[in-house]
Design a protein around this ligand. Sequence first.
Ligand code: ADP
Ligand code: MG
Length: 722
Amino acid sequence: MSAAEKPILPAPGAPPANAIAPGAPPAGATGSADPLARPVESLAGVGPARAKALRDLGVATLGDLLEYYPRDYQLETAERPIADLGTDGVQTTRGEVVAVNYVPSRPRPRFEATLDDGAGKCGLVWFHGAYLRRQIHPGITLRVKGKVRLFHNIPQMTNPKWELVEPDETPDPDAKSRFRPIYPASSNLPSDTLERIVADNLDDALAAVAEWYSPELLARRKLCPRPDAHRLIHQPPDLRAAMFARRRLIYDELMLMQLGLGISKRLRDGRLTAPILRVDKTLDQRIARRFPFTMTPAQRNAVFDIIKDLQTGRPMHRLLQGDVGSGKTAVALYAMLMAVANRMQAALLTPTEVLAEQHFLTISNLLADSSVGVELFTSRTRRKRGDDARQRLTDGEAHLAIGTQALLQEGIDFANLGLVVVDEQHKLGVRQRATLRSKGHAPHYLVMTATPIPRTLALSYFADFDVTTINELPPGRQPIETRWLRSRQASEAYNLIRHEVANGRQAYIVLPRIDDDDADGAQGVVKRFAELSKKELSGLRLGMLHGQLPIEEKRRVMESFRDGQTDVLVATTVIEVGIDVPNATVMLIDHADAFGLSQLHQLRGRVGRGPNPSFCVLVADPLTDSAESRLSAMTRTADGFEIAEMDLALRGPGQFFGTRQHGLPEFKLTDLTGELEMLQTAKDDATALLADDPRLSSPRHAALRRALLDQFGDTLDLPRIG
Ligand code: ADP
Ligand code: MG
């Protein structure tokens, strides 16, 4: 994990790691250098070639090797006669080769041999084993090792490992069955070799592993000591022991994360550096009048939370969550206008340029007759008039900047940036926050997400955020009936659309990308648009929308649909967010299996906004189980929270956020989806620990403190704690 991906924000000019708690001696300072920092080149059994292979696996030091955990385990039984072979784990036996055969069949030619030890026979098969013809022949004796299957009651091994033995050499009487680790290997560093390297160096490494917690805590949480955990995860006597070790190390990973988050939250709360933004009754009314609707009570509550945050002088860190269409943008816009009224600038960051354009269109419409200057930053505007827009931000002439996160990295100098709003599930990466800070800004920070954050993530990645939930939709929303049709039933969907259009309603048809080169699905839309106008939907007024159209064209197409001049809009996911046409009652998603669950839910949220019953039709012939579960989940529930939990379970937390930009720590062992309980435990324990020793300055926390610094480096501005 590189420093830039770490989740804790760095402070400019943070002191070196050892400045953490000036009173306490750094752990390990008494002896020489930290043994765990020893480079792999210096380890037992590692020459230059292996050192390079280890580094290729990300193992550069003894400490890395210690944390290079097995991905699985396997029982390897001691050598036994053929008649005694079992079918569990890996078995070893020996015998004389009594027959060989080469079968050159395509596509998998194989070499076969038969072993006989006098009391039993064992079949051996090596696929692609042509080279063995020169090495294995009747009369020699082999020791073989592999998984055993019974084939017509005769044991058989496929692709066994083998070695020649002298006929009179007897099996080692002391050999025992072993439970062996399987390491994530590479072609030039097989698991066996890794196992040996670990075994040769484990004692040295363990000597440097210190316990992090008090005996009381270990007892209370039924955790094994840290050195034991490291030994057992590499060399467990059985699976139970391995799981026990794993549990302890997962707890440690979660503890480090929770301590890091806890410390960074304390840090932030202790600083009074953000601009103080105020609002009075007059300003409140002036802002509220900008919206063509009255905010729902839930939106007002959200606004109220934000107003409270903005006037403290501490940087706001708030997560605004609410289902699709719950009106988060309005709340965010309120906050942005508040910043502007307080003579500060605001930036709205989106995951895609298309979304930026859409926000730009909506917001500049709402602010059309005001003096607020709004600037859009996309690759297109950058080419055309980027420098002017940039200048206006630097001069403070422009007040709102809308663009993707790249906006922060392109050397744009804000005159006085007071608020950053991030739309849709993305936390600002540490790098971007660092960029802001380096420019002297400590803006307030609001993250909007339509997919409610599942509890596991709320407890982890978003643990240092305050959360506001908008739990009601604006009035007048209709329930949506969701159907899933196979492609051969698709005509039903088009009949439905014709029926709705005949009754004066409108429809969306959304298509996925065709291939990777198909920037946001434009190709598919262009083709399908032509087909539909000739066939299924001939005679209807069709419009087409995709990300490749110039913004003026997009604006025209959307306006035509909004005004009811277009019956059916054939589009890419550009319409995922931000389009609001209450008269639209059908959302047809073609090849729906190509979309993620949250995305499907987002798209569905585009209908059901008017007084008429609405429909979401998914057309798909899914090829995988997970696509199938997504589609049936959609027909089963419309609850955004349930959808989010399912999405997380199906895709895992990394994918959940779409990109790696989220700045989340990566764990070696922990899979968050399965660790809700452990996560809660670690959070409780970390909170208690910091309450007791906020600087981790007590000598009994020296090892823990050092581990924390190793993980977070100088991004944890520790000396300022407490
Ligand atoms: P979100 O970003 O939460 O998905 P938006 O802010 O885009 O939702 O709002 C969805 C639509 O609902 C927008 O077109 C907006 O104009 C409309 N809307 C928002 N708040 C209200 C409200 N209180 N009453 C009526 N319509 C609203
Ligand atoms: Mg939105």
